[in-house]
Design a protein around this ligand. Structure first.
Ligand code: ADE
Length: 246
């Protein structure tokens, strides 16, 4: 997958792309991330990329011209992907969106700054605005990294077989069950016996029950979208009864 990121601060993204799994994926050619600096596209003498908002108000607004030219230059020779603008006004990013984007060949991410970007740039060259959560960041770069990270790990080969993306929180629709590693006892706290039993069916059931329990306690709304089998329903019924008693 080829990802193009348009930003006035490409140096903000580099350290993440040069570390750990993202670095490995880029080195292996599984993803390609091109950081495109918007500033050189400015037609102004001092390469300015922002100006005061019409109508007054605080902050600066990013100019349409450098953004539109940068996006058109990046998508010139046939671009087959989504052009997303990172913004707190956008649709909230989710695992489902990451899964959809991971199937595309290309992706363009536009990072804004200041009080936003001139609406005409959004109207002309952006397909959708995307937010990474209900809080306001200083710019879209962290959002772009969040999307790159969540999408990259779904691309076949990016995670090793022992780093599977199938079992954890959200891909199953449930929060992840608790994990333990050595030692068997730490500060008086023992690893649950069942995990040492070697009985894979029992371990799978225990993990499923813990995932259901955690999701019920912390994010009950997620359970509405879960396919439950008979064993799940029996467990949930007992759990709810136990909670109602206490
Ligand atoms: N830029 C500023 N805040 C943001 C947010 N919450 N998500 C995406 N981009 C942003």
């Amino acid at each position: 997958m080829r990802i193009k990121v348009l930003t006035i601060f490409p140096e903000m993204l580099r350290p993440m792309l040069e570390t750990s799994i993202l670095k490995r994926a880029i080195d292996a050619g599984l993803i390609e991330v091109e950081l495109i600096d918007i500033r050189p596209f400015s037609e102004l003498k001092h390469k300015n990329t922002d100006d005061y908002p019409f109508g007054g108000g605080p902050g600066m607004v990013m100019l349409a011209q450098p953004i539109v030219d940068a996006v058109e230059s990046a998508t010139g020779e046939g671009f087959h992907g989504k052009r997303l603008y990172l913004s707190p006004r956008g649709r909230t990013f989710s695992q489902k969106m990451a899964e959809e984007l991971s199937k595309d060949e290309e992706l363009l991410l536009l990072c804004g700054h200041y009080e936003g970007v001139d609406q005409r740039a959004i109207d002309l060259v952006i397909d959708e605005e995307v937010s990474i959560g209900d809080y306001v960041l200083t710019g879209g770069e962290l959002g772009a990294l969040v999307i790159i990270d969540a999408v990259a790990r779904l691309i076949p080969g990016v995670l090793g077989s022992d780093e599977s993306s199938e079992d954890e929180s959200f891909s199953s629709g449930l929060l992840e069950y608790p994990q333990y590693t050595r030692p068997r006892e730490y500060r008086g706290l023992a690893v649950p016996d069942i995990l040492l039993s070697g009985d894979h069916a029992k371990i799978a059931r225990w993990r499923r029950d813990r995932a259901l329990e955690l999701t019920y306690e912390r994010r009950p709304e997620l359970l509405e979208h879960i396919d439950m089998d008979k064993k799940d329903r029996v467990f949930m019924k007992a759990l709810k009864e136990k909670r109602e008693e206490s």
